[in-house]
Design a protein around this ligand. Structure first.
Ligand SMILES: Nc1ncnc2c1ncn2[C@@H]1O[C@H](COP(=O)(O)OP(=O)(O)O)[C@@H](O)[C@H]1O
Ligand SMILES: [Mg+2]
Length: 352
């Protein structure tokens, strides 16, 4: 990828429609001259004084608005309402898309060690496991019968195929498996923008018993217990898992650790994910890991959608890039300046 010679240089050589037609095959970072304000021209913090920050924080606390929001300028390829109409009426198909081979199925040895549970309060049971000498991350998806899911989940959307947030763990598993098939094949794992994915696994009764002794209080969707899981296994419904690279020193993104460099790395990584024809589907602070050497890694593809789904559009991908850009330049970086935890949704502003 060629580095822009003059980062942030102004240009009106491109129309938003041209950029949209070429996204995700052409990275927004590959344009020469560069797209205006993709990398904001200069850091607005140069004008900061303690008084300015204090006054802005005071206003933010009173009104819920960070008045410094717009100081990084506008998202570089904002589509007007007219453009959006044109785009919806003239969709540009993914002519170059080729479905990847399915994700490899692995055999997890029965005596694999369940070392610790990650994210105990999270949605998906996740364990650090020791495979040979290597530590890996295992995301686990129980096989719950769809009509019984409402017993376990607080949502009633389990039977709705079109739901944006399915709670049926098998749907989540299949989404994550399909996304990693695309990401592995396109080299996005190898490039380090997302964890390496070693494949998917089917857990055995021995694995579930090992989980039971490591995490006897484990619950899924607030009500599925480890005993339920063991019962399912006895009926032959073996949980599925995705085996991933584990980052022991990772921190999740917050307004406190966000920097301009991380913002740029995260947006570049997001465009690389999109270039594999994968929509992440859950752009949030919790799903971006900051690794000590300054690397960023997007995780959690169980809300993802790939171009193998005919409903995915270019507009979906470029809108998600917009969300990622806004996450840093309109939310976290301005919030870091004033030491305030507020976010776009709270202010009733839609990111895309
Ligand atoms: N590869 C990883 N290495 C280290 N920690 C991780 C990794 N993947 C996820 N995590 C941690 O686990 C949390 C939940 O993982 P995620 O894949 O987002 O699951 P969920 O579907 O429950 O949101 C993340 O927010 C992060 O803190
Ligand atoms: Mg997550």
């Amino acid at each position: 990828m060629s580095e822009p010679r003059h980062p942030g240089m102004a240009t009106n050589d491109y129309s938003p429609f041209d950029i949209y037609r070429r996204y995700p095959e052409k990275s927004p970072y590959a344009y020469e001259p560069p797209l205006f304000n993709l990398l904001p021209l200069r850091s607005p913090t140069a004008v900061d004084t303690p008084q300015l920050r204090r006054a802005a924080l005071d206003i933010a606390k009173r009104t819920g608005i960070n008045v410094l929001d717009y100081m990084y300028g506008q998202y570089p390829f904002l589509m007007s309402d007219l453009d959006l109409r044109t785009i919806r009426q003239n969709p540009v198909p993914f002519a170059e898309y080729q479905p990847p081979p399915p994700l490899t199925k692995l055999n997890l040895p029965d005596d694999v060690e369940f070392v610790s549970q990650v994210n105990e309060k999270g949605n998906t049971p996740i364990f650090v496991v020791k495979v040979g000498v290597a530590l890996r991350l295992l995301k686990i998806y129980p096989v719950v019968r769809s009509r019984r899911l409402s017993d376990y989940a607080d949502s009633d959307d389990s039977d709705d195929e079109d739901s944006d947030a399915p709670t049926d763990p098998m749907k989540l598993f299949l989404r994550e498996k399909e996304a990693y098939a695309h990401l592995v094949h396109a080299g996005v794992c190898e490039a380090g923008h997302v964890p390496q994915c070693y494949g998917w696994v089917e857990l055995t009764a021995a694995h579930v018993d090992a989980i039971a002794s490591k995490a006897p209080d484990l619950t899924y969707c607030d009500s599925l217990t480890i005993k339920d899981l063991q019962k399912m296994v006895r009926k032959g419904r073996m949980p599925k898992g995705i085996l991933l690279e584990y980052f022991p020193d990772a921190k999740t993104l917050t307004y406190k650790n966000a920097t301009e460099e991380l913002g740029q790395a995260a947006c570049r990584a997001l465009s690389a994910i999109h270039a594999a024809y994968v929509l992440h589907g859950d752009i949030s602070d919790r799903n971006l890991l900051i690794i000590p050497n300054g690397r960023v890694v997007w995780v959690d593809f169980n809300s993802a959608q790939c171009a193998s789904d005919p409903k995915l559009t270019r507009l979906d991908l470029i809108s998600e890039f917009h969300m990622g850009w806004d996450k840093f330049y309109m939310e976290l970086l301005p919030n870091r300046r004033i030491g305030w935890h507020g976010h776009l949704e709270q202010r009733g502003t839609k990111a895309a």
